[in-house]
Design a protein around this ligand. Structure first.
Ligand code: G3H
Ligand code: 13P
Ligand code: ZN
Length: 316
């Protein structure tokens, strides 16, 4: 059943986080639904602009609809990840999405507000929620000093004005993470002081964490042992993710970890079975392994076992 992100956030806020998983293809979709059913977890399935153009946006929408039929017990929301204004308007028009993210975080404060507000007005007219972004995620490179890194973090002093003027429904905050597999060079981690201050200023308002993959070291080792080159890959500590989920971080975005599972499965598969050329063979292994990863991650987020309570809430 497709539900609104608002309903998911209402149930989760302050207790656990909902996993927002990116998908690009059939195998990811099947693994994700299976993993969430196995762990009885509500979830958000999200589609980036890149995913929409990888094959065709209609293909992804049809796959998600069909997965909902195959797994009738699933409780999930459908979200546009990192949309620009054009992609947001297109998704709002389509009527299929529960929520859209307008990412105007590269614009100055007032420009970000104006763009976000235009999307919010169009989305709310159709009862669709909007995630906005304040602050900028980036790569943490060796040459970036702490103060430069800090300059990209969300400034909590701006969040009340931003939310008030845009009327957005959730806020992606830069709290020390970055996208991809190379997030940290040493022991850096989440800036809990930023989360705490945003929560103090906006009590009850859902905070979104992007760049939340944990880049499991075992996965990286196996990829490298099977011919990959991912030296120095590092993600967010899972204990920190669990902690953030109790502090108002209500949506946790994960894409890279799923790609790592895909990469490890396929590298090992073709290393160990060089005679095989049937794409379904590694596909089956991937769907199983991805479902297992999702079960584990929903445990970390605390969303496991919450599906029935959410079902009750949405059927009221
Ligand atoms: O935040 C970015 C997501 O990982 C989506 O990545 O634009 O390559 O699909 P993508
Ligand atoms: P990761 O690259 O850490 O998986 O983050 C994904 C993300 O933020 C999607 O919006
Ligand atoms: Zn993101």
């Amino acid at each position: 059943m497709i539900v609104s992100t608002k309903q998911l956030f209402e149930h989760a806020y302050g207790n656990y986080a909902v996993g927002a998983y990116n998908i690009n293809n059939l195998e990811q979709t099947m693994g994700l639904f299976r993993g969430c059913i196995d762990s009885k977890a509500p979830f958000i399935i999200q589609i980036s602009k890149g995913a929409r153009s990888y094959t065709n946006k209609l293909m992804l929408e049809a796959m998600i609809r069909t997965a909902g039929d195959i797994f009738p017990d699933a409780i999930f929301a459908v979200h546009l990840d990192h949309g620009d204004e054009e992609a947001c308007m297109d998704c709002i028009e389509s009527g299929f999405y529960s929520s859209v993210m307008i990412d105007a975080s590269d614009q100055p404060f007032d420009g970000n507000i104006e763009t976000t507000k235009r999307v919010v007005d169009a989305a709310h007219a159709k009862d669709i929620a909007v995630e906005a972004e304040l602050g900028q995620l980036g790569g943490v490179e060796e040459h970036v000093s702490v103060s430069e890194e800090d300059a990209h973090l969300t400034d909590p002093a701006q969040v009340e004005e931003f939310v008030h003027r845009t009327n957005c429904d959730s806020l992606a905050c830069a709290i020390g993470t970055s996208h991809g597999a190379y997030k940290f060079t040493s022991s850096q981690g989440l800036h809990f002081e930023v989360i705490e201050e945003v929560r103090r200023r906006l009590p009850g308002f859902p905070i979104v964490m992007h760049g939340s993959s944990s880049v499991p070291q075992d996965e990286v080792k196996r990829i490298n042992a099977a011919g990959g080159e991912m030296k120095g890959a590092k993600g967010v500590d899972e204990a920190q993710i669990s902690k953030a989920g109790k502090m108002g971080v209500t949506k946790v975005n994960i894409d890279t970890d799923g790609r790592l599972v895909w990469c490890r499965v396929h590298r090992e598969f073709f290393r160990d079975k060089p005679e095989v050329f049937d794409l379904r063979k590694p596909g089956i292994v991937f769907m199983d392994e991805y479902a297992k990863y999702i079960v584990h991650k929903n445990d970390v987020l605390g969303s496991s076992g919450k599906i029935d309570a959410v079902r009750k809430l949405v059927s009221k």
